[in-house]
Design a binder for this molecule. Sequence first.
Ligand SMILES: [Zn+2]
Length: 273
Amino acid sequence: MPSVYMEDLDAFTYRERIAQDNAVVLIPVGSIEQHGPHMPLNTDVLLSRAMAGATAAGIDGLVAAPVVYGYKSQQRSGGGNHLPGTTSLDASTVISIAKTLVLEFARHGARKIAFINGHFENYQFLYEGVDLALRELRQMGIEDLKVVLLSYWDFVDDATIAELYPNGFTGWDLEHGGVLETSLMLHLFPERVHMDKVVDAPPAVLPNYDVLPVNPDLTPESGCLSSAAEATVDKGRILLERASAGMAAALNHEFPHSMHVVRQAEHDASLAG
Ligand SMILES: [Zn+2]
Protein backbone atom coordinates (compact mmCIF):
# COMPACT_ATOMS: atom_id res chain seq x y z
CA MET A 1 0.00 0.00 0.00
CA PRO A 2 1.57 3.36 -0.97
CA SER A 3 1.60 6.09 1.69
CA VAL A 4 -1.47 8.31 2.04
CA TYR A 5 0.90 11.21 2.69
CA MET A 6 1.50 13.22 -0.48
CA GLU A 7 4.98 14.34 0.48
CA ASP A 8 6.10 10.69 0.69
CA LEU A 9 5.17 10.08 -2.95
CA ASP A 10 7.21 10.80 -6.05
CA ALA A 11 5.62 13.35 -8.38
CA PHE A 12 4.68 10.75 -10.99
CA THR A 13 2.77 8.56 -8.55
CA TYR A 14 1.12 11.67 -7.12
CA ARG A 15 0.01 12.87 -10.58
CA GLU A 16 -1.46 9.47 -11.33
CA ARG A 17 -3.45 9.49 -8.08
CA ILE A 18 -4.91 12.85 -9.04
CA ALA A 19 -5.40 12.29 -12.78
CA GLN A 20 -6.59 8.66 -12.78
CA ASP A 21 -8.10 8.18 -9.34
CA ASN A 22 -9.42 11.73 -8.83
CA ALA A 23 -8.29 11.24 -5.21
CA VAL A 24 -9.59 13.59 -2.51
CA VAL A 25 -6.77 15.85 -1.28
CA LEU A 26 -6.98 16.40 2.49
CA ILE A 27 -5.12 19.43 3.80
CA PRO A 28 -4.38 19.36 7.56
CA VAL A 29 -4.22 22.77 9.20
CA GLY A 30 -2.65 23.20 12.62
CA SER A 31 -0.97 25.91 14.67
CA ILE A 32 2.13 26.54 16.72
CA GLU A 33 0.50 27.17 20.06
CA GLN A 34 1.22 26.52 23.70
CA HIS A 35 -0.58 23.40 24.95
CA GLY A 36 0.31 23.60 28.61
CA PRO A 37 3.39 22.12 30.27
CA HIS A 38 2.58 18.57 29.16
CA MET A 39 2.37 18.77 25.36
CA PRO A 40 4.44 20.26 22.51
CA LEU A 41 3.76 23.45 20.58
CA ASN A 42 2.98 21.50 17.40
CA THR A 43 0.14 19.47 18.96
CA ASP A 44 -2.45 20.83 16.49
CA VAL A 45 -0.17 20.05 13.53
CA LEU A 46 0.40 16.47 14.70
CA LEU A 47 -3.28 15.83 15.43
CA SER A 48 -4.73 17.39 12.27
CA ARG A 49 -2.22 15.42 10.19
CA ALA A 50 -2.94 12.14 11.98
CA MET A 51 -6.71 12.72 11.73
CA ALA A 52 -6.33 13.43 8.01
CA GLY A 53 -4.20 10.28 7.63
CA ALA A 54 -6.76 8.04 9.35
CA THR A 55 -9.57 9.60 7.29
CA ALA A 56 -7.66 9.34 4.00
CA ALA A 57 -7.00 5.64 4.60
CA GLY A 58 -10.78 5.07 4.76
CA ILE A 59 -11.56 6.87 1.49
CA ASP A 60 -8.41 6.25 -0.55
CA GLY A 61 -7.53 9.93 -0.24
CA LEU A 62 -4.22 11.78 -0.16
CA VAL A 63 -2.96 13.94 2.71
CA ALA A 64 -1.19 17.12 1.64
CA ALA A 65 1.72 18.53 3.66
CA PRO A 66 0.20 20.30 6.68
CA VAL A 67 -0.20 24.02 7.16
CA VAL A 68 1.94 24.38 10.27
CA TYR A 69 1.09 27.89 11.54
CA GLY A 70 -2.45 29.06 12.25
CA TYR A 71 -4.52 32.09 13.14
CA LYS A 72 -3.95 33.86 16.49
CA SER A 73 -4.82 31.95 19.61
CA GLN A 74 -7.80 33.53 21.34
CA GLN A 75 -8.14 33.68 25.07
CA ARG A 76 -11.55 31.96 25.21
CA SER A 77 -10.46 29.01 23.06
CA GLY A 78 -6.66 28.73 23.20
CA GLY A 79 -5.44 30.73 26.15
CA GLY A 80 -4.59 33.83 24.12
CA ASN A 81 -1.97 35.05 21.70
CA HIS A 82 0.01 36.87 24.39
CA LEU A 83 1.61 33.66 25.59
CA PRO A 84 5.23 33.10 24.48
CA GLY A 85 5.69 30.03 22.30
CA THR A 86 2.35 30.61 20.57
CA THR A 87 3.39 31.83 17.11
CA SER A 88 0.53 32.91 14.86
CA LEU A 89 -0.35 34.37 11.49
CA ASP A 90 -2.49 37.40 10.70
CA ALA A 91 -5.92 36.54 9.28
CA SER A 92 -5.02 37.86 5.83
CA THR A 93 -2.09 35.41 5.71
CA VAL A 94 -4.26 32.42 6.68
CA ILE A 95 -6.83 33.44 4.05
CA SER A 96 -4.08 33.77 1.47
CA ILE A 97 -2.57 30.37 2.31
CA ALA A 98 -5.95 28.62 2.07
CA LYS A 99 -6.73 30.36 -1.23
CA THR A 100 -3.29 29.61 -2.68
CA LEU A 101 -3.47 25.91 -1.74
CA VAL A 102 -6.86 25.47 -3.41
CA LEU A 103 -5.52 27.14 -6.58
CA GLU A 104 -2.36 24.99 -6.48
CA PHE A 105 -4.19 21.70 -6.10
CA ALA A 106 -6.63 22.84 -8.80
CA ARG A 107 -3.63 23.43 -11.08
CA HIS A 108 -2.54 19.83 -10.41
CA GLY A 109 -5.94 18.68 -11.60
CA ALA A 110 -7.44 17.95 -8.16
CA ARG A 111 -11.20 18.57 -8.03
CA LYS A 112 -11.92 17.19 -4.54
CA ILE A 113 -10.32 19.00 -1.64
CA ALA A 114 -10.93 18.87 2.11
CA PHE A 115 -9.42 21.06 4.83
CA ILE A 116 -8.99 19.09 8.07
CA ASN A 117 -8.76 21.81 10.70
CA GLY A 118 -7.07 21.11 14.03
CA HIS A 119 -7.00 24.62 15.56
CA PHE A 120 -10.27 26.25 16.64
CA GLU A 121 -9.40 29.79 15.52
CA ASN A 122 -8.50 28.93 11.90
CA TYR A 123 -11.93 28.04 10.68
CA GLN A 124 -13.48 31.25 9.33
CA PHE A 125 -10.27 32.32 7.62
CA LEU A 126 -9.93 28.99 5.84
CA TYR A 127 -13.55 29.42 4.78
CA GLU A 128 -12.80 32.85 3.32
CA GLY A 129 -9.71 31.59 1.47
CA VAL A 130 -11.70 28.74 -0.07
CA ASP A 131 -14.46 31.13 -1.11
CA LEU A 132 -12.01 33.51 -2.79
CA ALA A 133 -10.30 30.62 -4.61
CA LEU A 134 -13.60 29.25 -5.93
CA ARG A 135 -14.59 32.71 -7.15
CA GLU A 136 -11.31 33.00 -9.04
CA LEU A 137 -11.62 29.48 -10.47
CA ARG A 138 -15.15 30.21 -11.70
CA GLN A 139 -13.84 33.26 -13.53
CA MET A 140 -11.31 30.92 -15.18
CA GLY A 141 -14.15 28.59 -16.22
CA ILE A 142 -13.39 25.89 -13.64
CA GLU A 143 -16.72 24.98 -12.04
CA ASP A 144 -16.23 21.33 -11.08
CA LEU A 145 -14.01 21.79 -8.01
CA LYS A 146 -15.55 21.17 -4.60
CA VAL A 147 -14.05 21.87 -1.19
CA VAL A 148 -15.12 20.49 2.19
CA LEU A 149 -14.08 22.36 5.33
CA LEU A 150 -14.29 20.74 8.76
CA SER A 151 -12.83 20.70 12.26
CA TYR A 152 -12.16 17.16 13.42
CA TRP A 153 -13.74 17.47 16.91
CA ASP A 154 -17.11 18.18 15.28
CA PHE A 155 -17.10 14.48 14.32
CA VAL A 156 -17.07 13.29 17.91
CA ASP A 157 -20.75 12.45 18.40
CA ASP A 158 -22.88 13.05 21.50
CA ALA A 159 -22.83 9.37 22.52
CA THR A 160 -19.02 9.41 22.50
CA ILE A 161 -18.96 12.67 24.47
CA ALA A 162 -21.27 11.11 27.09
CA GLU A 163 -19.04 8.02 27.21
CA LEU A 164 -15.72 9.87 27.47
CA TYR A 165 -16.82 12.74 29.71
CA PRO A 166 -18.90 11.00 32.40
CA ASN A 167 -18.44 13.97 34.76
CA GLY A 168 -19.72 16.53 32.25
CA PHE A 169 -18.43 18.16 29.08
CA THR A 170 -17.18 21.76 29.12
CA GLY A 171 -17.43 22.37 25.34
CA TRP A 172 -14.80 22.16 22.59
CA ASP A 173 -13.60 25.73 23.11
CA LEU A 174 -12.46 24.93 26.66
CA GLU A 175 -10.94 21.63 25.54
CA HIS A 176 -7.64 23.38 24.78
CA GLY A 177 -4.89 21.16 26.20
CA GLY A 178 -7.59 19.07 27.88
CA VAL A 179 -8.90 15.50 27.62
CA LEU A 180 -9.50 15.46 23.84
CA GLU A 181 -6.09 16.58 22.63
CA THR A 182 -4.15 14.91 25.42
CA SER A 183 -5.88 11.53 24.92
CA LEU A 184 -5.26 11.68 21.17
CA MET A 185 -1.61 12.56 21.78
CA LEU A 186 -1.29 9.70 24.32
CA HIS A 187 -2.63 7.29 21.71
CA LEU A 188 -0.69 8.62 18.71
CA PHE A 189 2.50 10.16 20.11
CA PRO A 190 2.90 8.89 23.70
CA GLU A 191 6.56 9.88 23.87
CA ARG A 192 5.58 13.55 23.45
CA VAL A 193 3.15 13.71 26.37
CA HIS A 194 4.21 14.24 29.99
CA MET A 195 1.26 13.31 32.18
CA ASP A 196 3.30 14.06 35.31
CA LYS A 197 3.25 17.74 34.29
CA VAL A 198 -0.53 18.01 33.84
CA VAL A 199 -2.03 20.76 35.98
CA ASP A 200 -5.28 19.33 37.36
CA ALA A 201 -7.30 22.51 37.83
CA PRO A 202 -11.04 23.20 37.35
CA PRO A 203 -12.07 24.53 33.90
CA ALA A 204 -11.13 28.17 33.24
CA VAL A 205 -13.83 30.74 33.98
CA LEU A 206 -13.90 33.24 31.13
CA PRO A 207 -16.45 35.96 30.27
CA ASN A 208 -18.79 35.39 27.32
CA TYR A 209 -17.19 38.32 25.47
CA ASP A 210 -13.72 39.39 24.35
CA VAL A 211 -11.59 42.32 25.53
CA LEU A 212 -8.53 43.57 23.65
CA PRO A 213 -5.82 43.82 24.76
CA VAL A 214 -6.46 40.67 26.75
CA ASN A 215 -6.26 40.58 30.51
CA PRO A 216 -3.58 37.89 30.95
CA ASP A 217 -4.84 37.11 34.47
CA LEU A 218 -7.91 35.44 32.97
CA THR A 219 -5.84 32.65 31.40
CA PRO A 220 -4.91 29.87 33.84
CA GLU A 221 -1.18 29.76 34.52
CA SER A 222 -0.93 26.33 32.87
CA GLY A 223 -2.23 27.75 29.58
CA CYS A 224 -4.79 24.92 29.50
CA LEU A 225 -8.48 25.82 29.72
CA SER A 226 -9.52 22.47 31.21
CA SER A 227 -7.77 19.62 32.97
CA ALA A 228 -6.14 16.75 31.07
CA ALA A 229 -5.97 14.57 34.19
CA GLU A 230 -8.71 12.26 32.86
CA ALA A 231 -6.96 11.72 29.51
CA THR A 232 -6.14 8.11 28.59
CA VAL A 233 -4.69 6.15 25.67
CA ASP A 234 -8.00 4.34 25.31
CA LYS A 235 -9.99 7.56 25.00
CA GLY A 236 -7.51 8.69 22.35
CA ARG A 237 -8.03 5.51 20.33
CA ILE A 238 -11.83 5.88 20.51
CA LEU A 239 -11.66 9.57 19.53
CA LEU A 240 -9.41 8.85 16.56
CA GLU A 241 -11.55 5.94 15.33
CA ARG A 242 -14.91 7.67 15.66
CA ALA A 243 -13.86 11.10 14.39
CA SER A 244 -12.01 9.68 11.37
CA ALA A 245 -14.92 7.34 10.56
CA GLY A 246 -17.31 10.29 10.75
CA MET A 247 -15.10 12.42 8.53
CA ALA A 248 -14.71 9.59 6.00
CA ALA A 249 -18.51 9.20 5.89
CA ALA A 250 -18.96 12.94 5.33
CA LEU A 251 -16.36 12.98 2.54
CA ASN A 252 -17.92 9.88 0.93
CA HIS A 253 -21.23 11.69 1.00
CA GLU A 254 -19.84 14.87 -0.55
CA PHE A 255 -17.60 13.12 -3.09
CA PRO A 256 -19.80 10.17 -4.07
CA HIS A 257 -18.10 9.26 -7.33
CA SER A 258 -14.64 8.75 -5.86
CA MET A 259 -12.63 5.87 -7.23
CA HIS A 260 -12.78 4.14 -3.87
CA VAL A 261 -16.56 3.85 -4.23
CA VAL A 262 -16.07 2.22 -7.62
CA ARG A 263 -13.34 0.01 -6.22
CA GLN A 264 -15.52 -1.01 -3.32
CA ALA A 265 -18.33 -1.86 -5.73
CA GLU A 266 -15.94 -3.92 -7.87
CA HIS A 267 -14.66 -5.61 -4.74
CA ASP A 268 -18.19 -6.43 -3.58
CA ALA A 269 -19.11 -7.67 -7.06
CA SER A 270 -16.07 -9.94 -7.18
CA LEU A 271 -16.96 -11.31 -3.76
CA ALA A 272 -20.54 -11.88 -4.87
CA GLY A 273 -19.33 -13.50 -8.10
ZN1 LIG B 1 -4.77 22.37 20.20
